[in-house]
Design a protein around this ligand. Structure first.
Ligand code: THU
Length: 136
């Protein structure tokens, strides 16, 4: 199996752990580090809807909390007609940690796969380097 297939499988598996009583829309994500570790995430919703967290961010936050910083590849799976498009908030979080050439596989349960780079997913993104010192 390729790393891509492994990641897609891991994303599908963790999708079963999604806590989605409000949307009934489970999503799974799997993130591979350059050192070969894999971190997974599912969406976790809340009765106060806006504090819910998407699968992609759960996977990224798991990795960051485990001391990881260098990422190689990500996969995201949901039961969508087209390969699942990550939301805007997740794209921004991805762009904080992923290099512009990072590979992201978007998929669905029919195994349609759209592979994009970070730059394709969120061009012209606001970056840490755009922050300037506050003017006195
Ligand atoms: N969701 C994700 O977890 N990832 C995506 O890429 C799209 C949307 C979640 C958020 C919410 O829990 C549910 O799917 C419906 O929007």
């Amino acid at each position: 199996m390729t790393t891509k297939d492994d990641l897609l499988e891991a994303a599908k598996l963790i999708r079963n752990r999604a806590y989605v009583p409000y949307s009934a829309f489970p999503v799974g994500a799997a993130l591979r580090t350059k050192s070969g570790n894999t971190y997974t995430g599912c969406n976790i919703e809340n009765a106060a809807y806006p504090v819910s967290c998407c699968a992609e961010r759960v996977a990224i936050f798991q990795a960051i909390a485990n001391g990881e910083r260098d990422f190689a590849e990500m996969a995201v799976v949901a039961d969508t007609d087209r390969p699942v498009p990550p939301c805007g908030s997740c794209r921004q979080v991805m762009s904080e940690f992923f290099k512009t050439d990072m590979i992201i596989h978007l998929s669905n349960l029919k195994d349609d796969i759209k592979t994009v780079t970070m730059e394709e997913l969120l061009p012209f993104s606001f970056q840490p380097s755009d922050l300037t010192e506050p003017k006195a």
